[in-house]
Design a binder for this molecule. Structure first.
Ligand code: ATP
Length: 234
């Protein structure tokens, strides 16, 4: 579904990623793990059309998208849930979710999808009129995910969904990610929390200073000595 080939990204003279290659097959959860500054967010920005790569190729269903606009990329079925929640404070939960469907015109289908989001995240249904800025971090993460789902993505890009959350919320969010995947959405997950990210991943890649240094199934990486030492405190 997604093939990233030798992706190199710069910010001015700073090289953030160097010839990164990885693949996401339809139906999979794929996790990219790595420490601060490894280049994880940069890869997502390139995939979403928010930052142009210097070189390399991004193929979505065989079609190069590295020069497409973000709007076009969303229309093709790729949606990003950004890091740090990035929900719209000052707007209600419902308004935030509706924003996720702004490219769609099928009103009755949008209503169905709103219901689907409230089924998946019952707490959002209870708080649909509440200002999103006053929600807890975990609830804001749910709004961000719900908003992305409102565009009916085929591929969902998640940027550090565990960040800033208490362990109990992390567990809840990751259960929901698994459920979204089981219901047919392919997922690319970027995480510093290697343990939770690899536990649910079909496949994973380890990034260090902008390069892929290891890959394997989630279970293989969890068991690997290098991953244990560097990311799991083992
Ligand atoms: P974190 O987990 O801390 O968010 P990350 O793996 O997502 O880290 P990136 O944010 O992709 O890492 O950053 C990769 C490298 O690119 C870092 O060295 C960072 O300092 C640099 N970088 C990121 N954004 C910019 C920018 N706008 N201008 C200059 N350098 C940047």
């Amino acid at each position: 579904m997604l093939q990233v080939k030798k992706l190199t990204v710069h910010y001015g003279v700073i090289q953030a990623t160097k010839e990164v290659s990885f693949e996401v097959n339809e139906g999979e959860i794929v996790s990219l793990i790595g420490a601060n500054g490894a280049g994880k967010s940069t890869i997502l920005k390139a995939l979403s059309g928010l930052h142009r790569p210097t070189s390399g190729e991004i193929l979505y269903k065989g079609q190069p998208i590295q020069k497409e606009t973000t709007k076009k990329i969303v229309e093709l079925g790729i949606s990003q849930v950004p890091e740090g929640r990035h929900v719209f404070g000052g707007m209600s939960v419902l308004e935030n979710l509706e924003m996720g469907a702004y490219l769609r015109k099928d009103k009755s289908e949008i209503q169905k999808d709103l219901k689907m989001v409230f089924d998946r995240f019952p707490v959002l249904g209870e708080r649909k009129k509440q200002d999103t800025a006053t929600l807890s971090g975990g609830e804001q993460q749910m709004v961000a995910m719900g908003r992305a789902l409102m565009s009916r993505p085929k591929l969902l890009l998640l940027d550090e969904p565990s960040m800033g959350l208490a362990p109990i919320f992390i567990k809840e969010i990751f259960n929901i990610i698994k459920m979204i995947n089981e219901q047919g959405t392919t997922i690319l997950l970027i995480e510093q929390n290697a343990k939770v990210a690899l536990e649910i991943a079909h496949k994973g890649y380890v990034l260090e200073t902008g390069k892929v240094v290891q890959s394997g199934t989630g279970q293989e990486l969890l068991a690997s000595d290098e991953v244990q030492k560097a990311y799991l405190g083992g």
